[in-house]
Ligand binder design. Structure first.
Ligand code: NAD
Ligand code: IPM
Ligand code: MN
Length: 353
């Protein structure tokens, strides 16, 4: 059933380790007859430190020619004097998200059966925790619209201005509403801070009401970001689709990962819904320099990101096989400790049947 051209960016630290396992699973998950061609790009800290290159234009345009991108994680050792903060995060990861117009940063969260959540049984009860965060991916405080004056002096001023365009907000809302409509509970929660960020808040609020009018079957509610943190830790079952801006979405999804059994389980898709450029799939977590190179990172998030990738490319069946294999592995893993490659092997074996 055709071929898929995949750009692979393993990146730094555990990004490389978990990507190896994700590819292992993709290999066996690809539908019979489907050819997966991979081009690997050695972008990340090593290349930057060796050559000064972060994401050369020629590489970006090559990547653009692929059907999808699988990314591990980027980010070097903390406080490396040769690696200015943000150089890889902004220059590589965010540049890919912006240039490829990944305006939907999709981050599903479920507490899978058998997984231990730090939330107590009393809190979790019997209802399932199964929500998805639709995080805006191309605007907000991430655009680099800021600056500094009188740096290093007592009169220093630094700004990071959050950019919220009607165009950008409306398109991510439309995607979130469409997703809510396809889910059984059909519920959408806007999360923002409209009581303080009144300008941005007004745009998000007004456009939510406008798009809601076109989706009468979707139940809409609103929560301030701070209160949302209370609900996420005391009643996460209440959420179905959460739509929010770039920075709030970043923070919420680490918490969501933590409550659903660990950041090592949290997958994501940086989606270009208009398909004008390849979408990019990656774990929510970073390069974890504290555990890198030890084969102790959990590759599950990267493997679930492969499931999202397959689904995005129209291979729903293969996507579901990967997800089922992960769920079966999770149900049985208990408190066993396995090496990164052992988890990948076990899941790949289940996928292969
Ligand atoms: P991190 O997600 O890398 O690590 C946070 C904590 O979670 C660490 O204790 C780490 O050991 C643990 N952890 C993360 N993934 C794990 C896994 N798969 N299995 C087991 N434990 C796991 O966040 P950080 O420490 O704030 O950032 C490290 C670097 O990664 C920074 O340079 C940051 O900018 C970058 N980063 C990159 C991405 C990305 O590429 N998408 C995402 C987040 C952070
Ligand atoms: C994530 C990361 C990135 C973000 C950083 C590394 C730019 O934290 O993917 O969640 O803030 O989006
Ligand atoms: Mn993050």
């Amino acid at each position: 059933s055709g071929s898929v051209n995949l750009a692979v960016i393993p990146g730094d630290g555990i990004g490389q380790e978990v990507t190896t396992e994700a590819l292992k699973v993709l290999e066996v998950a690809a539908p019979a007859g489907m050819h997966v061609a991979q081009t690997s790009y050695d972008l990340g800290a090593e290349r930057y430190l060796a050559t000064g290159e972060v994401l050369p234009d020629t590489v970006l345009s090559e990547i653009r020619g692929h059907d999808a991108i699988l990314l591990g994680a980027v980010g070097g050792k903390p406080n490396d004097p040769n690696l200015p903060p943000g150089i890889l995060e902004r220059g590589l990861l965010l540049r890919l998200r912006f240039e490829l117009d990944h305006y939907v940063n999709l981050r599903p969260s479920r507490i899978f059966p058998g997984v231990t959540s730090p939330l107590s049984r009393e809190i979790l009860g019997d209802d399932e925790v199964d929500f998805v965060v639709v995080r805006e991916g191309t605007e907000g405080p991430y655009t680099g619209n800021g600056g500094a004056l009188r740096v290093g002096t007592p009169a220093e001023v630094a700004t990071e201005v959050s950019v919220n365009t009607a165009y950008g907000v409306e398109r991510v809302l439309r995607d979130a509403f469409a997703r809510a409509e396809r889910r059984p509970r059909k519920k959408l929660t806007l999360v923002h801070k409209t009581n303080v960020l009144v300008h941005a808040g007004a745009v998000w609020w007004r456009l939510t009401q406008e798009v809601a009018a076109e989706h009468p079957d979707v139940t809409v509610d609103y929560m301030h970001i701070d209160a949302a943190m209370i609900h996420m830790t005391t009643n996460p079952q209440r959420f179905d689709v959460i739509v929010t801006d770039n920075l709030f979405g970043d923070i919420i999804t680490d918490l969501a990962g933590a409550i659903s059994g660990g950041i090592g389980l949290a997958a994501s898709g940086n989606i270009n819904p208009d398909r004008t450029a390849p979408s990019m799939f990656e774990p929510v977590h970073g390069s974890a320099p504290d555990i890198a190179g030890q084969q102790v990172a959990d590759p599950t998030a990267a493997i679930l990101s492969v499931s999202l990738l397959l689904d995005h490319l129209g291979h729903a069946e293969a996507a579901s096989v990967v997800e089922q294999a992960v769920m079966a592995d999770l149900a049985e893993r208990g408190t066993t400790t396995r090496r990164t490659s052992e988890v990948g092997d076990a899941i790949a074996k289940r996928v292969a049947g």
